[in-house]
Write a protein that binds this ligand. Structure first.
Ligand code: ADP
Ligand code: TRP
Length: 321
């Protein structure tokens, strides 16, 4: 990736950020964004399909913004914005919606998974891939960095762009998904995938005491200190935070002679050391309402220039303008 590559990516502000999000998505997104011409979006309209409490949604939007900046994203280098403040997203969604077949949306994973899990499906969730296609196509990006779970959505954006260009002439650049190096699945406190929906997360900005408490609760088997152990969640998480310390603990597990209590203490202290500066930064950002508001205002202005240009081209192409 170089500064001449345009990328667009986003994250849904659906709740507290956890270290699974950090190692699985945010860290790589920030590195990539600093190497390219990047548009990073807080996808609040997507979150609205799931979060139906105004105060919670508002607080999620702010905490997501704070998390990005505290984790190192520089809003001077990257266009960081809140999706709903650029109305072109909703407008292009309506235009693309006129092209899309129901069959395509019925094959979308997000929709199929909700049906399979007996969750209620609203129109917003059903048309999620159309809004996401609009998010992407408005910025004419070459690459869309996403996790594997979002690959299908980028493919739908490609389909819609091709259909539109075929019918009305070249308006949209055809984007490519960019799946950053596999970080794998970060395990949570109970060993399953770390996820808000499992209640097994370590929050990104939790205070040290809470981190210690939670780490002590990580599920382990009942092997005694002298016994040989299988590398587990503790080793996995420690390796992410401090590769050398992780390797060392792995060897000690395999040799026998380290107890889970000691392993957990090592992990807790490593987590606290790694995330303490980020936590400090998040606390001071949370106080600085003016700064946060300025970031979002400036981000929206910069994003709207690009988004409106594409929207107007699409409107002209299909006869609305
Ligand atoms: P959650 O499962 O907690 O609801 P999200 O679906 O909001 O998390 O995650 C946002 C992004 O963070 C995902 O696209 C995914 O790439 C990444 N992510 C979340 N949890 C993990 C995990 N346990 N391991 C690796 N990546 C993760
Ligand atoms: N759907 C993505 C997710 O759940 C978030 C998102 C919304 C997004 N619009 C996007 C990601 C556009 C990349 C590009 O994680």
């Amino acid at each position: 990736m170089t500064a001449s590559h345009r990328i667009l990516s986003g994250i849904k502000p659906t709740g507290e950020m956890h270290i699974g999000n950090y190692f699985g998505a945010i860290q790589q997104q920030i590195t990539l964004a600093h190497e390219s011409d990047a548009y990073i979006m807080i996808a609040d309209l997507h979150a609205l399909n799931q979060v139906h409490d105004a105060a919670i949604l508002r607080s999620n939007i702010t905490s997501t913004l704070i998390a990005y900046i505290a984790c190192g994203l520089d809003p001077e280098k990257v266009t960081l914005f809140q999706q709903s403040t650029v109305p072109a997203h909703a407008e292009l969604t309506q235009i693309l919606g006129a092209q899309v077949s129901l069959g395509l949306l019925e094959r979308s994973h997000a929709y199929k998974d909700s049906i399979a899990n007996g969750k209620p499906v609203n129109l917003g969730l059903f048309s999620y891939p159309v809004l996401m296609a609009a998010d992407i196509l408005l910025y004419q990006p070459e690459f869309v960095p996403v996790g594997n779970d979002q690959k299908q959505h980028v493919e739908i954006a490609v389909d819609l762009a091709q259909q539109f260009n075929h019918r009305y002439g070249e308006v949209f650049r055809i984007p490519k998904e960019y799946i950053p190096a596999e970080v794998g699945t970060i395990p949570g406190l109970d060993g399953r995938k770390m996820s808000k929906s499992y209640g097994n997360v370590l929050g990104l900005f939790e205070d040290p005491e809470r981190i210690r408490e939670k780490v002590m609760k990580i599920t382990t088997d009942s092997r005694r200190p002298e016994e040989v152990k299988e590398p587990d969640t503790i080793v996995h998480l420690l390796s992410l935070v401090d590769a050398a310390a992780g390797d060392q603990l792995r060897s000690r597990y395999l040799a026998g002679g380290v107890g889970y209590r000691e392993a957990k203490e090592l992990l807790a202290e490593a987590l606290i050391k790694k995330f303490a500066p980020l936590r400090e930064r998040s606390l001071s950002l949370a106080e600085d309402h003016n700064y946060l508001a300025r970031v979002l205002t400036k981000g929206a202005e910069k994003a709207a220039v690009v988004a409106n240009e594409t929207l107007h081209a699409a409107q002209r192409a299909c006869g609305l303008r």
